[in-house]
Design a protein around this ligand. Structure first.
Ligand SMILES: *Cc1c(COP(=O)(O)O)cnc(C)c1O
Length: 396
């Protein structure tokens, strides 16, 4: 089909919840190609999903082999890959147990249900989340999301959520009541505009939660699986959460989500208390196992750390040149260029130049390249950004 035909068909039959920019037909590593054969350097990576890049041979092989053997049987039967993946996640985090689902919102729903079930014997059910956070689009997770724009039109919202200021411990303390079951936080607010949590804030949250018998949860849907240069974002803060959620990068393109709980919470969910038909299929877990193995084999935590620093340094140099750029910030390969006005024109210009990024929180150009991005590709992207900024300079 031709590009125009695909777009026409989409307009006619697909709900317009998104406004896609290109028709893409092929991906390999850090590159994608559109229907006209144009090549793009992909610094969006399916919104932090393609952790080891497009169609990594190890992931392709795992999917091919598993799909020829056993794709799905439901969780009414044991399969081998699911406990192997749970073990891999447990050993890299707090040593507890996992629950598998299919997406980030669903993983966060799992966290919310875990908090409520844990609190149900103590009269605790409230979950405190942060303003400007993002936790998903289901009713509970859009309520947890501290942004009115995702809640608009969907009232009445479920009860039991309270909001505090991100990076403001006093605000969190003030939101606590005897009904508070959990505090849910992102290590780096992603959709909110690449805003890292202050170490003192995270340490303070841990202490506050310990003092008040409250659970501390991390939404690691975007920051997890190596994105920040550590396995999980919270590991940059030298604390342990009671549980966290994963999704985006875990399957490098195959839908999979997870709730990972510390031993303290490992046995709160019992037979029948939560479930998912598709959660943790042999196929999805095979992909995730291949992702974890690849990250280790190719030292991608180290690469994310190193190439992320290189990207940030380049962007900081560009930012310093123009008074319409506020700063560059980020951690590992989760990086934002913060403008003083809309980032949409810059994103559009970069796409025309063959670099895919995303304008987030209006004025932040967000970059989430695959964890195996090379220094050469980072330099190439940084040069395109510097070039685009110079071209747009008189017009912004
Ligand atoms: C993307 C995202 C979600 C939602 O994930 P879905 O898979 O789209 O449901 C939740 N939390 C964070 C931090 C995210 O970045």
């Amino acid at each position: 089909m031709k590009t125009e035909e695909i777009i026409e068909l989409n307009k006619k039959y697909v709900m317009s919840t998104y406004a896609p920019g290109l028709v893409l037909v092929k991906g390999r590593g850090s590159k994608v190609w559109d229907a006209d054969g144009r090549e793009y350097l992909d610094f969006l990576a399916g919104i932090a999903v393609l952790s080891v890049g497009h169609c990594h041979p190890a992931v392709v092989k795992a999917i091919q082999e598993q799909s020829a053997k056993l794709i799905h049987v439901s969780n009414l039967y044991y399969t081998e890959n699911q406990p192997r993946l749970a073990q891999a996640l447990s050993e890299r985090s707090m040593g507890g147990k996992c629950f598998f689902c299919n997406s980030g919102a669903e993983a966060n729903e799992g966290l919310i249900k875990l908090a409520r079930l844990w609190g149900s014997t103590q009269g605790k059910y409230e979950v405190i989340t942060m303003k400007n956070s993002f936790h998903g689009r289901t009713l509970a997770t859009l309520t947890a999301t501290g942004q009115e724009k995702v809640q608009k039109g969907f009232h009445p919202l479920p009860e039991g959520f309270k909001y505090a200021e991100f990076n403001n411990l006093d605000s969190c303390r003030a939101a606590v009541t005897e009904k508070t079951a959990a505090i849910l936080v992102e290590a780096i607010q992603g959709e909110g505009g690449i805003i890292p949590a202050d170490p003192a804030f995270i340490k303070g949250l841990r202490t506050l939660c310990d003092e008040k018998n409250i659970l501390l949860f991390f939404d690691e849907v975007q920051t997890g699986v190596g994105r920040t240069g550590k396995w999980f974002g919270f590991q940059n803060y030298d604390i342990q959460p009671d549980a966290f959620s994963l999704a985006k990068g875990l399957g490098s393109g195959i839908s999979i989500g997870a709730v990972v709980a510390a031993p303290k919470l490992s046995d709160v969910f019992q037979t029948g208390s939560h479930g998912s038909t598709f959660g943790g299929t042999p196929l999805a877990c095979a992909a995730a196992l291949a992702v974890i193995e690849t990250i280790e084999k190719e030292n991608l935590l180290g690469n994310a750390h190193k190439t992320g620093a290189l990207l940030l340094q380049n962007l900081q140099e560009t930012a310093a040149k123009y008074d319409w750029i506020e700063c560059a910030r980020g951690c590992g390969l989760m990086v934002g260029l913060v403008l003083k006005d809309s980032a949409a024109p810059l994103q559009k210009r970069l796409q025309e130049k063959g670099l895919l990024t995303l304008a987030t929180a209006v004025r932040v150009l967000r970059m989430l390249p695959p964890l195996n991005i090379t220094a050469a590709d980072v330099e190439k992207a940084a040069a395109l950004i510097a070039e685009a900024c110079e071209e747009l300079n008189p017009k912004i």
